[in-house]
Design a binder for this molecule. Sequence first.
Ligand SMILES: Nc1ncnc2c1ncn2[C@@H]1O[C@H](COP(=O)(O)OP(=O)(O)OP(=O)(O)O)[C@@H](O)[C@H]1O
Length: 297
Amino acid sequence: MAEESARTSAGPSAGAADEAPRVPDGTSLESPLDAARPDGIPRIEGPLVPTVIVDGLHVVYKIYGAGTGRGNATAALHRLVSRKASPNVHTVHAVKGVTFTAYRGQAIGIIGSNGSGKSTLLKAIAGLLPADRGRVYTDGQPSLLGVNAALMNDLTGERNVILGGLAMGMSQEEVRSRYQGIVDFSGINEKGDFISLPMRTYSSGMAARLRFSIAAAKNHDVLMIDEALATGDRAFQKRSEDRIRELRKEAGTVFLVSHNNKSIRDTCDRVLWLEKGELLMDGPTEEVVAAYEESSG
Ligand SMILES: Nc1ncnc2c1ncn2[C@@H]1O[C@H](COP(=O)(O)OP(=O)(O)OP(=O)(O)O)[C@@H](O)[C@H]1O
């Protein structure tokens, strides 16, 4: 049974900074900006404004029907009535007691080997997965850009740009005025009129580029990108990295999950290193990436 499960969205008027002088990782929000940060995280211009606070977060997946037992409807009904757990439930403890605070203006890379919990952590911050224990506080609604961006495969790229823009809260007018910019940014039409074809005819790289372009057209308080940069070609990667830098300047917080250490080095000023669901290291990019590279040989 979960001891505590909560995800709180603190609106701008209910900023955590007003209520709590310290965030869970121990950083004082009242500390002078030129004081050395205890965790060595680079200083940000202006006051420290927390955008995401993750406090002792645990995420556990439950996989039903695992194992060899086949079960049947009568047995399932019996378990439901007698409130007994299915013998075939398997659990995966994907995130284990992760605590950190992200601040406005930071671009934070999340690294770690396959299956270390990076995507799970992002999904929990976005509110797509419940916390088994611990809490996530966010200032506004974080936008997760990744595999699950809600685009429709049977619709053309053009319809998806419009749909995606509206889904992100743009007005029809805004979508119309930004449409060409989004298509140009994606580079989808560089080799022909692909934007008028259904998304199912796109390669996975093209689809990922379009998703990134739609999401990046809007300024987000908290933008989370899962591997988007790894799929594009070099020119697209460069455009994306420039856009991430711009988004940071516009005072948002960007999270980037990537296996591409160069992208992480080029865009992030802080890195979280996860291993087996635990936060192994949190600090300036070069320090953490170098330690990660050394450990992975
Ligand atoms: N939907 C799911 N149901 C059950 N277990 C899952 C699910 N998604 C992920 N897991 C498990 O949770 C753990 C963490 O997975 P996650 O995808 O978060 O890792 P990751 O660090 O993003 O991996 P990668 O670098 O390979 O993308 C893994 O053991 C994985 O098998």
